[in-house]
Structure formats: C-alpha cells, structure tokens
Write a new protein. Structure first.
Length: 285
C-alpha cells in the first residue's frame, strides 16, 4: 500500500499520526506510544507490540533495529541462508524477552526465552500476551537447567556468561545442547586491567585465567544481575575462544559488526576497549 504521512500530534509520551493511502484505507499509527501498565517497567528492550505500543520508546528505535540484535541476525543469516524454518533457538537469561521476540519474528519454529528473575519473567509474559507469535515461549528457570528443554539448533547466550561463577562449565553445558551454533555476547577479561566494573586482579578459575566480578548484593533489586551467585568470573579473551573450541565448536570466530561502523575506534579507544565486550560465535560442523 502506498502511504503518505498527513499529520501528527504529540500525545503523552507518544506520537499519533494519521496516514492515508491512495486507496480509501486510513490507518492510525500509534508508534512511539509507551505501554501504559503500572506493573511493567522495561529496563532495556523496546519491543513493538502488536497494537503498535512500545515497551521502552525512550530508546528511540525498536528492538528489531538494535545493533546487537542486527549483528546476531546477520550471523544467523550466514549460518542459515535458507531461513529458519524448523529450527529451535533459545535465548538464555532473556530479561524482558526482546531478542526472543525478534527471533520468533524471524521465523524460527521455536524461540524459547529462559529467565530466572520473577520480575523480568513477568515482563516476558506481558509481552507474550501482546504479540501473536505461537512460536514464542518463555520459562522461568535458571539457565543451569538448560538441558531440561532439549536440544537447540542455536543457543543465544547474551549478557549472562559474565554473570556466572563457572563459565567454562556453562560453555560445556551449552555445547551439549547446541545442534549447530552458539552466539555468546559477553564481557571478557584482558591481561591489561580496565577501569570499569571493579574487576579483581588476574586470577585462575576452572583452570583458566581471568578476573572476578563482584555482583551487586541485592540480587533481587538489580534486574540485570546474577541469580544465586555473588561473584562471577570473566575469562581472559584468548582462553574464552579456546574454551569454546575445546567444548566442541571447531569453528570459533569473533563477530565485530555489533560495534557499529567504527570498529577500529571502538577497539582502540571506544566501547570494546573500555568494556571488554564482544560477540563470540562457535559453530559445529
Ligand atoms: C545483563 S542481563 C542480560 C539480558 C539479556 N540477555 C541481554 O543480553 O540483554 C542478565 C540477565 O540474566 C538473568 N539471569 C542472571 N542469572 C541467571 C540465571 N542463573 N538463570 C536465568 N537468568 C539469569 C537476569 O535476571 C537478567 O535478566
């Protein structure tokens, strides 16, 4: 349909616009309207719900355009050029379900989000009830129980490895249930210290070098924190790559396009350098 923008008005936090087409159809566009539900407070993901409302419009762009989601999507499209029909993907520690929703929208046969924290899981269910995606589901559980849910073609492990005390054991667990690939978006340690996060001196854990991260004490209040462990271990980058390979993924690569257009800048003086975070992909052949 050929749509032409004919006007808009500010209403609350959102913008209501009316578009008309060359045909007689007129549609009301409610993009930018925040979900008005006092029970819900979304901390990260701006998901567009089926009625056009957004879970966190102040972000300014939808989850489907999030650079980290787009990076994962590009990787998945390379791994599965024929599409995602018949495939299962799991989104570990899925927070408010943003990635899982977008994976379901990409056409995976099943996109399962696993989240332990009750308040985050409630947000996931809020979203689930407002999108018509039968292939999307959520469970409230600890990611350490992953094997309960069978095998998955793809494991999406974003923002959780660095919240675990024994990350090597977790990578080995993921290798047992991954049919083809694991995408790990994670912080890592470097021999040179970084100022951020108050990490420990270099140490050894599970036979690997890295640094300890102290989790916030009130684990229930901090929606992004660990669940059940008070410290987490960040593996030194080189050994993280080795561990993914040793766990059973002969192809391992680091995908840099989540850093945006200025990759070198990010790695020398920007986010990658200051926060030590990247996307590591392991693939079975
Ligand atoms: C930093 S957030 C990352 C959220 C999301 N995966 C992302 O990449 O943006 C960490 C998430 O992990 C959840 N979490 C922490 N430990 C967990 C565990 N053992 N099992 C399940 N979820 C956990 C937290 O509740 C939170 O939603």
């Amino acid at each position: 349909m050929d749509l032409t923008w004919i006007g808009s008005t500010i209403s609350g936090r959102g913008r209501i616009g009316i578009r008309t087409s060359s045909s007689t159809a007129i549609c009301l566009v409610v993009r930018g309207l925040k979900v008005e539900d006092p029970r819900m407070s979304f901390t990260a993901f701006n998901i567009i719900l089926d009625d056009g409302t957004e879970t966190k419009p102040e972000i300014g762009s939808p989850m489907s355009q999030h650079p980290w989601f787009l990076s994962a999507k590009r990787c998945l499209q390379v791994l599965y050029p024929q599409g995602f029909e018949g495939l299962r993907i799991v989104d570990l520690a899925c927070l408010e379900g943003g990635y899982a929703v977008e994976f379901a929208r990409l056409g995976f046969a099943q996109a399962l989000g696993i989240e332990a924290r009750p308040s985050n899981f409630a947000n996931c269910m809020f979203v689930k009830e407002r999108v018509n995606l039968p292939n999307l589901s959520f469970v409230q559980d600890d990611v350490w129980n992953l094997e309960k849910y069978g095998t998955f073609d793809v494991i999406f492990c974003s923002g959780i490895l660095y919240h675990l005390e024994t990350p090597k054991r977790f990578i080995e667990l993921m290798a047992r249930v991954a049919g083809k690939a694991v995408l790990i978006n994670t912080h890592f340690a470097t021999e040179a210290p970084i100022a951020a996060f108050g990490l420990s001196e270099m140490d050894e854990n599970e036979g690997l070098p890295g640094r300890w991260f102290k989790e916030p004490p009130a684990i229930d209040d901090n929606k992004w924190a660990s669940w059940g462990n008070s410290r987490s271990f960040w593996i030194q980058r080189e050994y993280l790559i080795q561990t993914i390979r040793d766990a059973g993924f002969p192809i391992v690569f680091e995908q840099y396009d989540l850093l945006g257009d200025e990759i070198a800048k990010s790695m020398t003086s920007g986010y990658y350098k200051s926060d030590n975070r990247g996307l590591f992909v392991g693939v079975k052949i």
